[in-house]
Design a protein around this ligand. Structure first.
Ligand SMILES: Nc1ncnc2c1ncn2[C@@H]1O[C@H](COP(=O)(O)OP(=O)(O)O)[C@@H](O)[C@H]1O
Ligand SMILES: O=c1ccn([C@@H]2O[C@H](COP(=O)(O)OP(=O)(O)O)[C@@H](O)[C@H]2O)c(=O)[nH]1
Length: 238
């Protein structure tokens, strides 16, 4: 059997992807399917850390936050990611994965705080670590949190699992003529203002020489294919 291409990865799961076909919230079947993908990868011996988004529940820049103080709205968004993290960890428990949720903002009765050495210890023990509350700071996104935590834990790659199957020349939801890149450099992605991830996340990964793979969260087997180093999705590289 061929070996996985990576030993430690940072997986970014978009909050919106958790909705499945629902309008908002957490779709049970969807979360279970994602967890099955993670379980498959963890079984290969790959250390998996997850950053979960919150867009399915609350987004600081959403119309629903209009008129609100931006920082306050962002804290609500961060709390939303904590809910998603709890749901994800619980779903993992059901399939026999030991998961630990660590939050960037302290709410110790609910989840333990993020402590880097502790996170590294969990990973080495084969536990899946779910990073909640993004970076802990307003005006950031969970994509940036993924870049940050990925760099902190020395992940070999950031895996961005999302609704689209890669990075396109333009937003494929708006431009039917957009074509997908097999690979693209950070500089080009930033210069072309490709919106699949925010520029802060791209810049941080570029500076830390941390590649990103963007792939579909709905395509069966895509995550495993990425882990095995197969040609899947789009690689964003230095
Ligand atoms: N150039 C692009 N290539 C691919 N997707 C893009 C591009 N520009 C914008 N997008 C959009 O980015 C989204 C992917 O990010 P998503 O995971 O939804 O983000 P978030 O982390 O904000 O939830 C897709 O819905 C897609 O329509
Ligand atoms: O470091 C962070 C991460 C997230 N957020 C807030 O949490 C919301 C949900 O995160 P995000 O939009 O990244 O989730 P996703 O797009 O993955 O669903 C964001 O809109 C922000 O309001 C924040 O303020 N700081």
């Amino acid at each position: 059997m061929t070996k996985p291409a990576y030993q430690r990865v940072l997986l970014k799961l978009s909050g919106e992807a958790l909705m499945g076909d629902d309008q908002f919230g957490i779709n049970r079947a969807t979360i279970d399917r994602m967890v099955a993908d993670v379980a498959e990868v963890a079984k290969l011996g790959v250390q998996v850390a997850v950053v979960i988004g919150g867009g399915n529940i609350f987004r600081g820049v959403a119309p629903g936050a209009q008129g609100m103080d931006r920082a306050t709205a962002d804290y609500m968004g961060m709390l939303a990611t904590v809910m998603n993290a709890l749901a994800l960890a619980d779903s993992m428990r059901h399939v026999g994965i030991t998961a630990r949720v660590m939050s960037a903002i302290s709410i110790e009765q609910v989840v333990e705080p993020y402590v880097r050495p502790k996170a590294l210890q969990y990973l080495e023990e084969g536990k899946v670590v779910v990073f909640a509350a993004g970076t802990g700071n307003p005006f950031f996104t969970t994509d940036t949190a993924a870049a940050l935590r990925g760099a902190e834990i020395s992940a070999e790659i950031v895996l961005k699992a999302t609704k689209v199957d890669g990075v396109y020349t333009a937003d494929p939801k708006k431009d039917p003529n957009a074509t997908r890149y097999n690979s693209i450099s950070f500089d080009e992605a930033i210069a072309k203002n490709l919106q699949v991830m925010d520029a802060t996340a791209f810049a941080l990964c570029r500076d830390q020489k941390l590649p990103i793979k963007v792939f579909s969260i709905v395509k069966p087997g895509a995550m495993k294919a990425v882990i095995m180093g197969e040609d899947e999705g789009t690689l964003v590289h230095v």
